[in-house]
Write a protein that binds this ligand. Structure first.
Ligand SMILES: Nc1ncnc2c1ncn2[C@@H]1O[C@H](COP(=O)(O)OP(=O)(O)O)[C@@H](O)[C@H]1O
Ligand SMILES: O=P(O)(O)OC[C@H](O)CO
Length: 504
Protein backbone atom coordinates (compact mmCIF):
# COMPACT_ATOMS: atom_id res chain seq x y z
CA UNK A 1 0.00 0.00 0.00
CA UNK A 2 1.38 3.44 -0.93
CA UNK A 3 1.96 5.91 1.91
CA UNK A 4 -0.43 8.48 0.46
CA UNK A 5 -3.33 6.00 0.23
CA UNK A 6 -6.51 7.86 1.18
CA UNK A 7 -9.31 5.73 -0.25
CA UNK A 8 -10.60 2.26 -1.00
CA UNK A 9 -12.51 1.86 -4.26
CA UNK A 10 -15.56 -0.44 -4.22
CA UNK A 11 -17.03 -1.77 -7.45
CA UNK A 12 -20.62 -2.80 -6.79
CA UNK A 13 -22.01 -4.54 -9.85
CA UNK A 14 -25.71 -5.23 -9.27
CA UNK A 15 -28.48 -6.59 -11.47
CA UNK A 16 -30.00 -3.18 -12.18
CA UNK A 17 -26.87 -1.04 -12.25
CA UNK A 18 -23.13 -0.75 -11.70
CA UNK A 19 -21.46 1.57 -9.20
CA UNK A 20 -17.95 2.74 -8.33
CA UNK A 21 -17.71 4.23 -4.84
CA UNK A 22 -14.75 5.78 -3.04
CA UNK A 23 -14.63 5.18 0.71
CA UNK A 24 -12.39 7.37 2.86
CA UNK A 25 -10.38 6.47 5.95
CA UNK A 26 -13.47 7.00 8.16
CA UNK A 27 -15.37 4.45 6.09
CA UNK A 28 -17.61 7.22 4.67
CA UNK A 29 -18.53 7.67 1.01
CA UNK A 30 -16.26 10.26 -0.66
CA UNK A 31 -17.66 9.98 -4.18
CA UNK A 32 -19.69 7.68 -6.40
CA UNK A 33 -20.78 7.12 -9.98
CA UNK A 34 -23.73 4.90 -10.94
CA UNK A 35 -24.99 3.67 -14.27
CA UNK A 36 -28.08 1.58 -14.91
CA UNK A 37 -27.68 -0.92 -17.75
CA UNK A 38 -29.80 -2.83 -20.28
CA UNK A 39 -31.97 -5.82 -19.38
CA UNK A 40 -32.53 -8.11 -22.38
CA UNK A 41 -35.69 -10.27 -22.34
CA UNK A 42 -35.33 -12.52 -25.43
CA UNK A 43 -38.28 -14.75 -24.43
CA UNK A 44 -40.79 -14.85 -21.55
CA UNK A 45 -38.94 -15.94 -18.42
CA UNK A 46 -35.49 -15.35 -19.94
CA UNK A 47 -33.14 -12.52 -18.92
CA UNK A 48 -29.69 -11.75 -20.33
CA UNK A 49 -27.00 -9.12 -19.74
CA UNK A 50 -24.38 -8.00 -22.22
CA UNK A 51 -21.04 -8.75 -20.49
CA UNK A 52 -19.22 -6.13 -22.56
CA UNK A 53 -21.70 -3.49 -21.43
CA UNK A 54 -21.09 -4.47 -17.78
CA UNK A 55 -17.32 -4.26 -18.29
CA UNK A 56 -17.49 -0.92 -20.18
CA UNK A 57 -19.75 0.60 -17.51
CA UNK A 58 -17.52 -0.69 -14.71
CA UNK A 59 -14.45 0.84 -16.36
CA UNK A 60 -16.25 4.13 -17.08
CA UNK A 61 -17.68 4.41 -13.54
CA UNK A 62 -14.23 3.73 -12.06
CA UNK A 63 -12.49 6.28 -14.25
CA UNK A 64 -15.26 8.85 -13.77
CA UNK A 65 -15.34 8.70 -9.97
CA UNK A 66 -11.59 9.31 -9.83
CA UNK A 67 -11.86 12.17 -12.30
CA UNK A 68 -14.85 13.78 -10.53
CA UNK A 69 -13.04 13.77 -7.20
CA UNK A 70 -9.58 14.62 -8.58
CA UNK A 71 -8.18 11.42 -7.07
CA UNK A 72 -5.15 9.65 -8.55
CA UNK A 73 -4.61 5.88 -8.62
CA UNK A 74 -1.73 6.19 -6.14
CA UNK A 75 -4.25 7.41 -3.54
CA UNK A 76 -6.28 4.18 -3.78
CA UNK A 77 -5.16 1.57 -1.27
CA UNK A 78 -7.12 -1.29 -2.84
CA UNK A 79 -10.17 -2.30 -4.83
CA UNK A 80 -13.03 -4.41 -3.44
CA UNK A 81 -15.34 -6.08 -5.95
CA UNK A 82 -18.90 -7.22 -5.23
CA UNK A 83 -21.34 -8.54 -7.79
CA UNK A 84 -24.78 -9.92 -8.57
CA UNK A 85 -24.35 -13.64 -7.99
CA UNK A 86 -25.10 -16.75 -10.12
CA UNK A 87 -25.20 -14.79 -13.42
CA UNK A 88 -22.65 -16.51 -15.65
CA UNK A 89 -21.02 -16.53 -19.06
CA UNK A 90 -18.42 -18.12 -21.32
CA UNK A 91 -15.75 -16.18 -23.18
CA UNK A 92 -12.81 -16.76 -25.51
CA UNK A 93 -9.55 -16.08 -23.70
CA UNK A 94 -7.69 -15.27 -26.91
CA UNK A 95 -10.08 -12.59 -28.15
CA UNK A 96 -11.73 -11.61 -24.84
CA UNK A 97 -15.10 -11.92 -26.61
CA UNK A 98 -18.07 -13.47 -24.79
CA UNK A 99 -19.51 -16.45 -26.68
CA UNK A 100 -23.08 -15.50 -25.72
CA UNK A 101 -24.77 -12.95 -23.47
CA UNK A 102 -24.56 -13.69 -19.75
CA UNK A 103 -27.55 -15.63 -18.41
CA UNK A 104 -28.90 -13.73 -15.42
CA UNK A 105 -29.80 -15.36 -12.10
CA UNK A 106 -33.48 -14.56 -12.66
CA UNK A 107 -33.56 -16.45 -15.99
CA UNK A 108 -35.85 -19.52 -15.99
CA UNK A 109 -34.83 -21.16 -19.28
CA UNK A 110 -33.43 -24.20 -17.53
CA UNK A 111 -36.51 -24.86 -15.38
CA UNK A 112 -37.46 -27.95 -17.43
CA UNK A 113 -33.92 -29.31 -17.06
CA UNK A 114 -34.15 -28.84 -13.28
CA UNK A 115 -37.47 -30.69 -13.21
CA UNK A 116 -35.87 -33.52 -15.20
CA UNK A 117 -32.98 -33.72 -12.72
CA UNK A 118 -35.48 -33.73 -9.90
CA UNK A 119 -37.45 -36.60 -11.50
CA UNK A 120 -34.16 -38.48 -11.77
CA UNK A 121 -33.81 -38.10 -7.99
CA UNK A 122 -30.90 -35.63 -7.79
CA UNK A 123 -32.45 -33.09 -5.37
CA UNK A 124 -31.23 -34.45 -2.06
CA UNK A 125 -27.71 -35.19 -3.28
CA UNK A 126 -27.31 -31.73 -4.82
CA UNK A 127 -28.62 -30.09 -1.65
CA UNK A 128 -26.29 -32.14 0.53
CA UNK A 129 -23.25 -31.26 -1.58
CA UNK A 130 -23.94 -27.59 -2.30
CA UNK A 131 -26.39 -26.45 0.41
CA UNK A 132 -28.69 -25.22 -2.39
CA UNK A 133 -32.17 -26.16 -3.56
CA UNK A 134 -32.20 -27.61 -7.10
CA UNK A 135 -33.44 -24.57 -9.05
CA UNK A 136 -32.78 -22.71 -12.31
CA UNK A 137 -31.62 -19.74 -10.16
CA UNK A 138 -28.11 -21.13 -9.76
CA UNK A 139 -25.32 -21.15 -12.37
CA UNK A 140 -24.92 -24.91 -12.99
CA UNK A 141 -27.79 -25.47 -15.42
CA UNK A 142 -27.15 -22.08 -17.04
CA UNK A 143 -23.53 -23.05 -17.79
CA UNK A 144 -24.72 -26.42 -19.08
CA UNK A 145 -27.16 -24.59 -21.37
CA UNK A 146 -24.43 -22.21 -22.61
CA UNK A 147 -22.03 -25.06 -23.34
CA UNK A 148 -24.70 -26.97 -25.26
CA UNK A 149 -25.53 -23.82 -27.20
CA UNK A 150 -21.87 -23.32 -28.16
CA UNK A 151 -21.48 -26.99 -29.17
CA UNK A 152 -24.51 -26.63 -31.42
CA UNK A 153 -24.18 -23.08 -32.78
CA UNK A 154 -20.38 -22.74 -32.88
CA UNK A 155 -19.19 -26.32 -33.45
CA UNK A 156 -15.66 -25.19 -34.41
CA UNK A 157 -15.04 -23.70 -30.94
CA UNK A 158 -11.79 -24.84 -29.37
CA UNK A 159 -12.73 -25.45 -25.74
CA UNK A 160 -9.09 -25.05 -24.67
CA UNK A 161 -9.65 -21.33 -25.30
CA UNK A 162 -12.93 -21.08 -23.42
CA UNK A 163 -13.23 -19.65 -19.93
CA UNK A 164 -16.31 -19.70 -17.71
CA UNK A 165 -17.20 -17.48 -14.82
CA UNK A 166 -19.65 -15.48 -12.79
CA UNK A 167 -19.59 -11.67 -13.09
CA UNK A 168 -16.79 -11.27 -10.51
CA UNK A 169 -14.54 -13.57 -12.55
CA UNK A 170 -15.32 -11.80 -15.82
CA UNK A 171 -14.60 -8.36 -14.35
CA UNK A 172 -11.48 -9.51 -12.50
CA UNK A 173 -10.17 -11.04 -15.74
CA UNK A 174 -10.75 -7.72 -17.53
CA UNK A 175 -9.36 -5.57 -14.70
CA UNK A 176 -6.15 -7.58 -14.77
CA UNK A 177 -5.81 -7.41 -18.56
CA UNK A 178 -6.74 -11.08 -19.03
CA UNK A 179 -4.20 -12.40 -16.53
CA UNK A 180 -6.29 -13.70 -13.62
CA UNK A 181 -9.09 -16.28 -13.87
CA UNK A 182 -10.30 -16.60 -10.28
CA UNK A 183 -13.45 -16.40 -8.16
CA UNK A 184 -14.01 -16.34 -4.40
CA UNK A 185 -15.79 -18.89 -2.18
CA UNK A 186 -18.91 -16.73 -1.63
CA UNK A 187 -19.59 -16.50 -5.38
CA UNK A 188 -18.53 -20.10 -6.07
CA UNK A 189 -20.96 -21.33 -3.41
CA UNK A 190 -23.82 -19.99 -5.58
CA UNK A 191 -22.95 -21.93 -8.72
CA UNK A 192 -24.36 -25.28 -7.50
CA UNK A 193 -20.99 -26.73 -8.50
CA UNK A 194 -19.04 -26.13 -5.28
CA UNK A 195 -19.03 -28.65 -2.48
CA UNK A 196 -19.65 -26.92 0.85
CA UNK A 197 -17.65 -29.52 2.75
CA UNK A 198 -14.27 -28.75 1.13
CA UNK A 199 -15.20 -25.49 -0.66
CA UNK A 200 -13.92 -26.77 -4.00
CA UNK A 201 -15.48 -27.70 -7.33
CA UNK A 202 -17.39 -30.97 -6.97
CA UNK A 203 -16.31 -33.31 -9.75
CA UNK A 204 -19.41 -35.47 -9.65
CA UNK A 205 -21.51 -32.33 -10.23
CA UNK A 206 -19.19 -31.18 -13.04
CA UNK A 207 -19.81 -34.59 -14.65
CA UNK A 208 -23.56 -34.36 -14.11
CA UNK A 209 -23.72 -30.97 -15.87
CA UNK A 210 -21.05 -31.78 -18.48
CA UNK A 211 -18.79 -28.91 -17.41
CA UNK A 212 -15.07 -29.37 -18.19
CA UNK A 213 -13.08 -28.55 -15.03
CA UNK A 214 -10.43 -26.59 -16.96
CA UNK A 215 -12.86 -23.84 -17.99
CA UNK A 216 -13.71 -22.99 -14.38
CA UNK A 217 -11.82 -20.37 -12.36
CA UNK A 218 -9.71 -21.16 -9.32
CA UNK A 219 -11.47 -20.49 -6.03
CA UNK A 220 -9.73 -18.16 -3.55
CA UNK A 221 -10.59 -16.70 -0.14
CA UNK A 222 -12.87 -13.64 -0.32
CA UNK A 223 -10.25 -11.43 1.32
CA UNK A 224 -6.66 -11.43 0.05
CA UNK A 225 -4.77 -10.47 -3.11
CA UNK A 226 -6.60 -11.44 -6.33
CA UNK A 227 -4.35 -9.52 -8.72
CA UNK A 228 -3.58 -5.99 -9.82
CA UNK A 229 -5.37 -3.76 -12.30
CA UNK A 230 -3.61 -3.32 -15.61
CA UNK A 231 -1.74 -0.01 -15.30
CA UNK A 232 -3.26 1.54 -18.45
CA UNK A 233 -6.71 1.38 -16.85
CA UNK A 234 -6.24 3.97 -14.09
CA UNK A 235 -2.68 5.12 -14.64
CA UNK A 236 -1.15 2.81 -12.06
CA UNK A 237 -1.63 -0.75 -10.82
CA UNK A 238 -4.08 -1.12 -7.91
CA UNK A 239 -4.41 -4.38 -5.95
CA UNK A 240 -7.80 -6.09 -5.95
CA UNK A 241 -8.02 -7.28 -2.34
CA UNK A 242 -11.57 -8.58 -1.87
CA UNK A 243 -14.32 -10.28 -3.84
CA UNK A 244 -17.75 -11.06 -2.39
CA UNK A 245 -21.17 -12.02 -3.68
CA UNK A 246 -23.17 -8.82 -3.12
CA UNK A 247 -25.49 -10.26 -0.50
CA UNK A 248 -22.64 -11.63 1.56
CA UNK A 249 -20.83 -8.28 1.26
CA UNK A 250 -23.84 -6.54 2.81
CA UNK A 251 -23.84 -9.07 5.68
CA UNK A 252 -20.16 -8.23 6.26
CA UNK A 253 -20.85 -4.47 6.22
CA UNK A 254 -23.64 -4.79 8.78
CA UNK A 255 -21.17 -6.42 11.15
CA UNK A 256 -23.13 -9.67 11.21
CA UNK A 257 -20.37 -12.02 12.35
CA UNK A 258 -22.11 -13.77 15.23
CA UNK A 259 -24.69 -16.55 14.93
CA UNK A 260 -28.21 -15.19 14.73
CA UNK A 261 -27.21 -11.77 13.31
CA UNK A 262 -28.96 -11.07 10.04
CA UNK A 263 -29.81 -8.44 7.43
CA UNK A 264 -32.14 -7.99 4.48
CA UNK A 265 -31.04 -6.21 1.29
CA UNK A 266 -33.78 -4.66 -0.88
CA UNK A 267 -32.34 -4.44 -4.41
CA UNK A 268 -33.55 -6.08 -7.63
CA UNK A 269 -34.49 -8.98 -5.38
CA UNK A 270 -34.59 -9.21 -1.57
CA UNK A 271 -32.08 -11.35 0.25
CA UNK A 272 -32.38 -12.13 3.94
CA UNK A 273 -29.16 -13.65 5.26
CA UNK A 274 -28.28 -14.84 8.71
CA UNK A 275 -24.70 -15.55 9.81
CA UNK A 276 -24.55 -19.07 11.23
CA UNK A 277 -20.89 -19.66 12.20
CA UNK A 278 -17.93 -21.79 11.23
CA UNK A 279 -19.94 -24.95 10.47
CA UNK A 280 -22.60 -25.50 7.81
CA UNK A 281 -26.12 -25.15 9.21
CA UNK A 282 -28.94 -26.92 7.36
CA UNK A 283 -32.45 -25.48 7.13
CA UNK A 284 -35.62 -27.47 7.72
CA UNK A 285 -37.59 -24.76 5.90
CA UNK A 286 -36.11 -24.53 2.42
CA UNK A 287 -33.52 -21.84 3.15
CA UNK A 288 -30.10 -22.07 1.50
CA UNK A 289 -26.85 -22.95 3.24
CA UNK A 290 -24.12 -20.86 1.72
CA UNK A 291 -20.64 -19.42 2.29
CA UNK A 292 -20.73 -15.98 3.93
CA UNK A 293 -17.05 -15.21 3.31
CA UNK A 294 -13.60 -16.75 3.69
CA UNK A 295 -10.09 -15.60 4.45
CA UNK A 296 -6.71 -17.27 4.59
CA UNK A 297 -6.19 -18.62 8.12
CA UNK A 298 -3.13 -17.69 10.16
CA UNK A 299 -0.71 -20.51 9.43
CA UNK A 300 -2.38 -22.52 6.70
CA UNK A 301 -5.85 -23.32 5.36
CA UNK A 302 -8.89 -21.11 5.12
CA UNK A 303 -11.27 -19.65 7.71
CA UNK A 304 -14.80 -20.15 6.45
CA UNK A 305 -17.95 -18.43 7.68
CA UNK A 306 -21.35 -19.84 6.69
CA UNK A 307 -24.83 -18.37 6.42
CA UNK A 308 -28.47 -19.28 5.88
CA UNK A 309 -30.26 -17.37 3.17
CA UNK A 310 -33.78 -16.71 1.94
CA UNK A 311 -33.65 -15.41 -1.64
CA UNK A 312 -36.70 -13.56 -3.04
CA UNK A 313 -36.26 -13.06 -6.75
CA UNK A 314 -38.23 -10.03 -7.90
CA UNK A 315 -38.87 -7.13 -5.55
CA UNK A 316 -37.15 -3.96 -6.87
CA UNK A 317 -37.50 -5.68 -10.27
CA UNK A 318 -41.29 -5.26 -9.90
CA UNK A 319 -40.76 -1.52 -9.35
CA UNK A 320 -38.64 -1.44 -12.53
CA UNK A 321 -41.48 -3.26 -14.31
CA UNK A 322 -44.01 -0.63 -13.14
CA UNK A 323 -41.66 1.99 -14.61
CA UNK A 324 -40.36 0.37 -17.81
CA UNK A 325 -42.91 -2.35 -18.61
CA UNK A 326 -46.26 -0.87 -17.56
CA UNK A 327 -44.98 2.74 -17.64
CA UNK A 328 -47.25 3.42 -14.67
CA UNK A 329 -44.59 5.51 -12.91
CA UNK A 330 -41.66 7.60 -14.06
CA UNK A 331 -39.24 6.81 -11.24
CA UNK A 332 -38.90 4.26 -8.45
CA UNK A 333 -39.06 7.05 -5.87
CA UNK A 334 -42.53 8.05 -7.10
CA UNK A 335 -43.98 4.82 -5.67
CA UNK A 336 -43.85 6.24 -2.16
CA UNK A 337 -46.06 9.34 -2.59
CA UNK A 338 -48.41 7.33 -4.83
CA UNK A 339 -48.85 4.59 -2.22
CA UNK A 340 -49.56 7.22 0.44
CA UNK A 341 -52.34 8.78 -1.67
CA UNK A 342 -54.63 5.84 -0.89
CA UNK A 343 -55.76 4.28 2.39
CA UNK A 344 -55.27 0.71 1.23
CA UNK A 345 -54.96 -1.37 -1.93
CA UNK A 346 -58.74 -1.43 -2.51
CA UNK A 347 -58.76 -5.18 -1.99
CA UNK A 348 -56.09 -6.12 -4.55
CA UNK A 349 -53.01 -8.25 -4.00
CA UNK A 350 -49.91 -8.55 -6.14
CA UNK A 351 -47.87 -11.73 -6.46
CA UNK A 352 -44.28 -10.66 -7.25
CA UNK A 353 -43.35 -13.82 -9.15
CA UNK A 354 -41.98 -12.21 -12.33
CA UNK A 355 -39.24 -14.89 -12.41
CA UNK A 356 -41.00 -17.61 -10.46
CA UNK A 357 -40.80 -17.77 -6.67
CA UNK A 358 -37.71 -18.33 -4.55
CA UNK A 359 -37.69 -18.95 -0.80
CA UNK A 360 -39.60 -20.51 0.77
CA UNK A 361 -41.69 -21.77 -2.21
CA UNK A 362 -39.07 -22.58 -4.86
CA UNK A 363 -41.64 -22.65 -7.62
CA UNK A 364 -40.02 -22.04 -11.01
CA UNK A 365 -43.39 -22.06 -12.75
CA UNK A 366 -45.17 -19.43 -10.63
CA UNK A 367 -45.83 -16.15 -12.45
CA UNK A 368 -46.74 -12.60 -11.39
CA UNK A 369 -50.40 -11.67 -10.84
CA UNK A 370 -52.74 -8.95 -9.61
CA UNK A 371 -55.74 -10.52 -7.92
CA UNK A 372 -59.00 -8.99 -6.75
CA UNK A 373 -59.30 -6.22 -9.34
CA UNK A 374 -62.64 -4.37 -9.45
CA UNK A 375 -63.69 -1.27 -11.40
CA UNK A 376 -62.60 1.16 -8.69
CA UNK A 377 -58.95 0.12 -8.72
CA UNK A 378 -56.59 2.96 -9.64
CA UNK A 379 -52.91 3.08 -10.37
CA UNK A 380 -52.16 4.19 -6.78
CA UNK A 381 -53.72 0.95 -5.50
CA UNK A 382 -51.63 -1.12 -7.88
CA UNK A 383 -48.43 0.64 -6.86
CA UNK A 384 -49.28 0.21 -3.20
CA UNK A 385 -50.06 -3.49 -3.72
CA UNK A 386 -46.64 -4.00 -5.36
CA UNK A 387 -44.84 -2.33 -2.44
CA UNK A 388 -46.83 -4.30 0.12
CA UNK A 389 -46.04 -7.55 -1.70
CA UNK A 390 -42.31 -6.95 -1.16
CA UNK A 391 -42.86 -6.74 2.59
CA UNK A 392 -45.11 -9.83 2.60
CA UNK A 393 -42.42 -11.88 0.86
CA UNK A 394 -39.88 -10.82 3.47
CA UNK A 395 -42.36 -11.80 6.19
CA UNK A 396 -42.57 -15.33 4.73
CA UNK A 397 -38.79 -15.71 4.87
CA UNK A 398 -38.57 -14.27 8.40
CA UNK A 399 -41.18 -16.87 9.41
CA UNK A 400 -39.03 -19.63 7.85
CA UNK A 401 -35.91 -18.36 9.67
CA UNK A 402 -37.83 -18.24 12.92
CA UNK A 403 -38.91 -21.86 12.45
CA UNK A 404 -35.28 -22.83 11.83
CA UNK A 405 -33.73 -20.93 14.75
CA UNK A 406 -34.00 -21.15 18.53
CA UNK A 407 -34.27 -17.41 19.13
CA UNK A 408 -37.00 -15.36 17.39
CA UNK A 409 -35.84 -12.52 15.17
CA UNK A 410 -36.39 -9.26 17.05
CA UNK A 411 -34.90 -6.69 14.70
CA UNK A 412 -34.42 -6.44 10.95
CA UNK A 413 -31.35 -4.58 9.63
CA UNK A 414 -31.97 -3.41 6.07
CA UNK A 415 -30.17 -1.79 3.15
CA UNK A 416 -30.35 -1.58 -0.66
CA UNK A 417 -32.03 0.76 -3.16
CA UNK A 418 -35.65 0.03 -2.22
CA UNK A 419 -34.95 0.41 1.52
CA UNK A 420 -34.98 4.18 1.00
CA UNK A 421 -38.76 3.91 0.55
CA UNK A 422 -40.18 5.00 3.94
CA UNK A 423 -43.65 3.68 3.16
CA UNK A 424 -42.24 0.23 2.43
CA UNK A 425 -40.04 0.19 5.54
CA UNK A 426 -42.94 1.24 7.81
CA UNK A 427 -45.17 -1.41 6.24
CA UNK A 428 -42.36 -3.93 6.72
CA UNK A 429 -42.15 -3.13 10.45
CA UNK A 430 -45.96 -3.45 10.68
CA UNK A 431 -46.24 -6.78 8.89
CA UNK A 432 -43.33 -8.26 10.87
CA UNK A 433 -44.31 -6.58 14.14
CA UNK A 434 -40.62 -5.91 14.89
CA UNK A 435 -38.45 -2.79 14.38
CA UNK A 436 -36.70 -2.23 11.07
CA UNK A 437 -33.31 -0.50 11.30
CA UNK A 438 -31.92 1.45 8.34
CA UNK A 439 -28.27 2.57 8.20
CA UNK A 440 -27.12 5.95 6.88
CA UNK A 441 -25.20 4.28 4.03
CA UNK A 442 -27.77 2.30 2.04
CA UNK A 443 -25.21 0.65 -0.22
CA UNK A 444 -24.05 -1.95 2.27
CA UNK A 445 -22.94 -4.23 -0.58
CA UNK A 446 -20.34 -1.68 -1.73
CA UNK A 447 -19.43 -0.90 1.85
CA UNK A 448 -18.80 -4.59 2.57
CA UNK A 449 -16.52 -4.93 -0.45
CA UNK A 450 -14.61 -1.80 0.57
CA UNK A 451 -14.28 -2.96 4.19
CA UNK A 452 -13.03 -6.39 3.08
CA UNK A 453 -10.43 -4.92 0.72
CA UNK A 454 -9.32 -2.19 3.13
CA UNK A 455 -8.90 -4.64 6.00
CA UNK A 456 -7.01 -7.11 3.81
CA UNK A 457 -4.54 -4.45 2.66
CA UNK A 458 -4.07 -2.89 6.11
CA UNK A 459 -5.84 0.41 5.28
CA UNK A 460 -8.08 -0.34 8.27
CA UNK A 461 -7.14 -2.68 11.06
CA UNK A 462 -10.22 -3.14 13.24
CA UNK A 463 -13.34 -4.71 11.66
CA UNK A 464 -15.61 -4.14 14.65
CA UNK A 465 -14.59 -0.52 15.07
CA UNK A 466 -15.24 0.03 11.37
CA UNK A 467 -18.70 -1.52 11.31
CA UNK A 468 -19.73 0.05 14.62
CA UNK A 469 -19.08 3.55 13.34
CA UNK A 470 -21.72 3.08 10.62
CA UNK A 471 -24.60 5.16 11.92
CA UNK A 472 -28.27 4.22 11.97
CA UNK A 473 -30.30 6.73 9.99
CA UNK A 474 -33.77 5.61 11.14
CA UNK A 475 -35.58 2.86 13.01
CA UNK A 476 -39.16 2.08 11.96
CA UNK A 477 -41.23 0.77 14.88
CA UNK A 478 -44.39 -1.31 14.30
CA UNK A 479 -47.27 1.19 14.22
CA UNK A 480 -51.04 1.51 13.94
CA UNK A 481 -51.14 -0.48 10.73
CA UNK A 482 -49.79 -3.66 12.34
CA UNK A 483 -53.08 -5.54 12.83
CA UNK A 484 -54.41 -4.81 9.32
CA UNK A 485 -51.05 -5.63 7.71
CA UNK A 486 -50.92 -8.98 9.46
CA UNK A 487 -54.51 -9.86 8.50
CA UNK A 488 -53.85 -8.90 4.90
CA UNK A 489 -50.71 -11.04 4.87
CA UNK A 490 -52.95 -14.11 5.21
CA UNK A 491 -55.02 -13.00 2.18
CA UNK A 492 -51.84 -12.32 0.21
CA UNK A 493 -50.62 -15.85 0.90
CA UNK A 494 -53.84 -17.16 -0.64
CA UNK A 495 -53.16 -15.07 -3.75
CA UNK A 496 -49.67 -16.59 -3.94
CA UNK A 497 -51.14 -20.09 -3.90
CA UNK A 498 -53.24 -19.16 -6.97
CA UNK A 499 -50.18 -18.00 -8.91
CA UNK A 500 -48.10 -21.12 -8.25
CA UNK A 501 -47.58 -23.80 -10.91
CA UNK A 502 -48.82 -21.37 -13.57
CA UNK A 503 -46.51 -22.41 -16.41
CA UNK A 504 -46.79 -26.07 -17.22
N1 LIG B 1 -37.59 4.76 -3.53
C1 LIG B 1 -37.68 3.51 -4.01
N2 LIG B 1 -38.78 2.77 -3.79
C2 LIG B 1 -38.88 1.50 -4.24
N3 LIG B 1 -37.90 0.89 -4.93
C3 LIG B 1 -36.78 1.57 -5.18
C4 LIG B 1 -36.60 2.91 -4.73
N4 LIG B 1 -35.37 3.31 -5.15
C5 LIG B 1 -34.82 2.29 -5.79
N5 LIG B 1 -35.66 1.23 -5.84
C6 LIG B 1 -35.42 -0.08 -6.48
O1 LIG B 1 -34.20 -0.58 -5.98
C7 LIG B 1 -33.53 -1.31 -7.01
C8 LIG B 1 -32.10 -0.81 -7.10
O2 LIG B 1 -31.47 -1.04 -5.89
P1 LIG B 1 -29.96 -1.57 -5.85
O3 LIG B 1 -29.67 -1.84 -4.42
O4 LIG B 1 -29.10 -0.60 -6.57
O5 LIG B 1 -30.14 -2.91 -6.70
P2 LIG B 1 -29.11 -3.88 -7.46
O6 LIG B 1 -27.93 -4.02 -6.55
O7 LIG B 1 -29.91 -5.13 -7.58
O8 LIG B 1 -28.76 -3.31 -8.80
C9 LIG B 1 -34.29 -1.08 -8.30
O9 LIG B 1 -35.02 -2.26 -8.60
C10 LIG B 1 -35.23 0.07 -7.97
O10 LIG B 1 -36.45 -0.02 -8.65
O1 LIG C 1 -28.56 -7.37 -7.85
P1 LIG C 1 -28.95 -7.59 -6.45
O2 LIG C 1 -28.23 -6.67 -5.52
O3 LIG C 1 -30.43 -7.61 -6.23
O4 LIG C 1 -28.39 -9.03 -6.04
C1 LIG C 1 -28.66 -10.13 -6.81
C2 LIG C 1 -28.26 -11.38 -6.09
O5 LIG C 1 -26.90 -11.45 -5.86
C3 LIG C 1 -28.74 -12.60 -6.83
O6 LIG C 1 -28.50 -13.75 -6.09
Amino acid sequence: MTTNAKYVLALDLGTTGNRAILFDKQGAIAGQVYQEFTQHYPQPGWLEHDPQEIWRDTRDCMQQVLKDKGVSASEIAAIGLTVQRETCLLWDKTTGEPLHNAIVWQDRRTAARCRELSQQGHDADIQQRTGLVLDAYFSATKLEWLLNWVRQEKPDTNFDNVLAGTIDTWILWNLTGGKVHVTDHSNASRTMLMNLANQDWDHSLLDLFGIPAQILPQIQPSMGLFGKTESSLLGEEIPIMAIFGDQQAALFAHGCDRPGMLKCTYGTGCFLISYTGKEVTRSGNRLLSTVAWTKAANGSGTDVAFALEGAMFTTGACIQWLRDGLQLIESAAETEPLARQVEDTNGIYFVPALSGLGAPHWDMSARGAFLGITGGVKREHMVRAVLESIAYQVREVVDAMNKDGDTPIELLKVDGGASQNDFLMQFQADVLNIPVERPAVLDATAQGAAFGAGLAVGFWDDYHKLVNQTSIERTFEPGDGTKVAQDNFISWQKAVERAKNWVK
